[in-house]
Design a protein around this ligand. Structure first.
Ligand code: COA
Length: 186
């Protein structure tokens, strides 16, 4: 998938570069960011560089979320392969994280809306899925505000880096549902 430069009122969504390592480390070291999405906080800027180099840059699946207010990259939004669905279907899985200092301003909804639009309207996806752990109320609220339909809870889906086994709440949105919701909202 092409990580095309996208823009909203408050955000620039663009491909990651190695120059973003410091900004990535600044939010990824937080104990409340990664664990809510299932990954261990970064322990050093070298770890952030390694993840940029070996995951973000080659995968071509996620955008750096740059806040126009201060120019920093404050999060990421991705449209990933959905490992729970057959390969080759026009389906992607939405994933996102954001620096704690930016929570509570509607920024993630703003960025995700544009990524959903791009996924459906410009790349021809038919369905976008998204998942959260049952304890992640903030992510649940973001997902509901975006208009996703709840599919249910899958139990014992994975073991986290600290050994905890977790359930996952699953949602999806079709292209037709997206058009309907966003036509009404304008
Ligand atoms: C999940 C996460 C992105 C949600 O962040 P967020 O800022 O709450 O997300 P939203 O963009 O949906 O913002 C909604 C909040 O902004 C407020 N808000 C302020 N202005 C707003 C606006 N113009 N539009 C919408 N909401 C607005 C809402 O009231 C709401 O705040 P509240 O929950 O305190 O009432 C963030 O908590 C995070 O990165 N967590 C760690 C990683 C993670 O969990 N990733 C997801 C894994 S599934």
């Amino acid at each position: 998938m092409e990580i095309k430069r996208l823009e909203t009122a408050r955000l620039i969504l663009r491909p990651w570069t190695m120059e973003d390592a410091q900004d990535l480390y600044d939010y990824a070291k937080s104990p409340v960011v990664g664990p809510a999405a299932g990954w261990k906080p970064h322990e050093s800027i070298e770890e952030s560089r390694h993840i940029l180099q070996n995951m973000f840059l080659p995968s071509q699946e996620c955008w750096a979320m740059q806040f126009k207010g201060d120019g920093h990259v404050v999060g990421s939004i991705g449209l990933h392969e959905d490992g729970s669905r057959e390969k080759g279907l026009p389906v992607r899985m939405l994933g996102y994280v954001m620096a704690e200092r930016c929570w509570g301003q509607g920024l993630m909804q703003e960025g995700c809306r544009e990524v959903l639009r791009y996924g459906f309207e410009e790349t021809g996806l038919a369905l976008i899925s998204v998942y959260h752990f049952p304890f992640n109320d903030r992510s649940r609220r973001t997902i509901e505000a975006l208009g996703f339909k709840k599919e249910g809870t899958r139990r014992m889906v994975c073991k986290l880096y600290d050994g905890t086994v977790v359930d996952e709440v699953s949602y999806s949105l079709t292209s037709a549902e997206f058009e309907e919701i966003y036509k009404k909202r304008g």
